[in-house]
Design a protein around this ligand. Structure first.
Ligand SMILES: *Cc1c(COP(=O)(O)O)cnc(C)c1O
Length: 473
């Protein structure tokens, strides 16, 4: 632990908190060694909150969503002005990243448009629309395979006045959508390699370049869309997509003069591992500069730009808290002990299991305590239910160790672990292995805590599996 000594008492730095590039600028350590989050002049003590509401717990911070979206829209609009870019900027939030109402409402409040993937997501948008919860100028892009029910709902909402744009995903959709009375878009599967786990050799999304370019003239084609994959590792890959996508856009526009919008999809990454990463400010500047130069050279008007960076906006807005239930010594490994927690990585943070996602796992209390190398294990009976930081180790305070009274007393001797950046994808993917309860969800906003979703009970989970009252005889 040489590093700890060298850093002296700078625990904030040690735990990589307070760093904008890591998206941890809202988090810090207080004098008692507890993790805090700061919203303006409000401070949330995460250890106290975990003690009060119990664990496993998800804390949602709407102000982080709002802050990030405001900044992102600000960057693009500023660079458009600086470079004399004539197209408009639109942020569309891809709903699949996190469909919780609290997330969507925060995004809408900062001017997000939406992108949906299924009829069920769209039916939630319909609910908001009918409840007059959003500005009628908002635009909704519809991706994913179009079932009859999905197409019918799109038609219904358009006829009621919603600005809703179906994106053609395969040739089978072309015929029906060429008769659509509003704008349509086309998704093109760019024939280009991307620095992302999701860049597969045989991709099935969108039309091939050849098919897209062979489309007969469509009077209502407004949007060309591509999406290269999530968590793109290098900014170079993002720029290559923009340049390559623009070439297709330019050719498409010859056949379809109504085309005026380039939608570059999602994929902007999150520095989960808290290592040096590219920034939204730098990337937005370069995207606008590139598009301006390319369209000036081609002699076409600057395209309107749509960005669907989902994970980038919402991942840092949620923290998941577990309590350590017990400890088991590991004889010979990179870590000295298993810490068994009261939730499940396999259920609550599915990507840990699915794609070996790395997280920033830190203590929520005793942050100045004596540390130990650990691996984390979930509470299901599955040997895959674990988080080992890729076989490395997670540094956490020693348990049952006599801490200075002031550090341990407030948390009643419990040790809490906080996993940062859990706001993207994990909820939609979560499950009920061993029928464990999903974490309780609370909202931290304006200095107050509200319960958004109560903790599941054995009974409520049982109902999902058909165990209704009176059944058990
Ligand atoms: C998943 C998805 C996104 C969001 O991707 P992120 O990596 O979260 O930015 C955007 N657009 C489409 C079409 C998607 O499928």
């Amino acid at each position: 632990m040489k590093k700890i000594k060298k850093l002296g008492k700078n625990w904030r730095k040690f735990w990589k908190l307070g760093v904008e590039e890591f998206n941890t600028q809202f988090f810090s350590v207080n004098k008692e060694g507890e993790l805090t989050a700061t919203e303006g002049h409000h401070i949330y003590n995460i250890s106290d909150i975990a003690q009060k509401y119990g664990t496993p717990l998800q804390i949602i911070f709407p102000f982080i969503i709002e802050d990030r979206l405001k900044d992102l829209i600000g960057y693009f609009q500023a660079y458009m002005k600086i470079y004399g870019y004539k197209g408009k900027f639109f942020y569309h939030y891809p709903m699949k990243v996190n469909q919780n109402k609290e997330f969507i409402l925060s995004l809408l409040s900062e001017g997000a448009n939406l992108e949906v993937t299924s009829v069920n997501e769209l039916s939630l948008v319909k609910k908001l629309w009918e409840g007059e919860r959003f500005n009628s100028k908002i635009r909704v892009l519809c991706n994913g395979p179009k079932t009859e029910a999905y197409l019918d709902l799109i038609e219904e909402l358009r006829s009621k006045g919603m600005n809703i744009v179906p994106i053609m995903e395969c040739l089978d959709e072309v015929e029906r959508l060429s008769k659509y009375k509003g704008d349509v878009g086309v998704r093109v599967d760019l024939n280009i390699k991307t620095d992302s786990h999701w860049d597969k050799k045989f991709d099935r999304f969108g039309l091939s370049e050849k098919d897209a370019l062979a489309l007969g003239k469509m009077k209502n084609l407004r949007v060309m869309h591509y999406h290269m994959g999530s968590q793109i590792k290098t900014q170079k890959s993002i720029f290559e997509g923009v340049k390559y996508g623009f070439e297709i856009y330019k050719q498409l526009q010859k056949t379809h003069p109504s085309l005026d919008t380039l939608d570059i999809g999602g994929g902007f990454g999150v520095p989960y591992e808290k290592k040096k990463f590219y920034t939204a400010k730098g990337v937005s500047s370069k995207i606008i500069k590139t598009l301006k130069n390319l369209s000036d050279k081609a002699g076409i008007r600057h395209p309107n730009l749509v960005v669907e960076w989902g994970q980038y906006i919402v991942a840092p807005a949620q923290v998941t808290i577990y309590k350590v239930l017990s400890e088991k010594i590991i004889p010979k490994a990179n870590a000295k002990a298993w810490y068994i927690v009261d939730g499940s990585f396999m259920n609550d943070l599915k990507d840990t299991w699915a794609i070996h996602q790395k997280w920033h796992a830190i203590p929520a209390n005793n942050m100045q305590g004596v540390l130990k190398t650990t691996w984390l294990a979930g509470s299901t009976c599955d040997s895959d239910d674990k988080y080992t930081a890729g076989g490395n180790y997670i540094l956490l305070p020693k348990l049952h160790e006599k801490q200075p009274a002031r550090t341990n007393v407030r948390s009643g001797g419990d040790q809490f672990v906080a996993i940062l950046d859990t706001g993207a994808y994990q909820d939609g993917l979560s499950s009920h292995h061993c029928l464990l309860s999903n974490p309780m969800k609370i909202i931290a906003q304006d200095g107050m805590i509200k319960i958004a979703r109560k903790r599941e009970t054995g009974e409520s989970i049982g109902r999902l599996f058909g165990w209704t009252n009176g059944d058990h005889k």
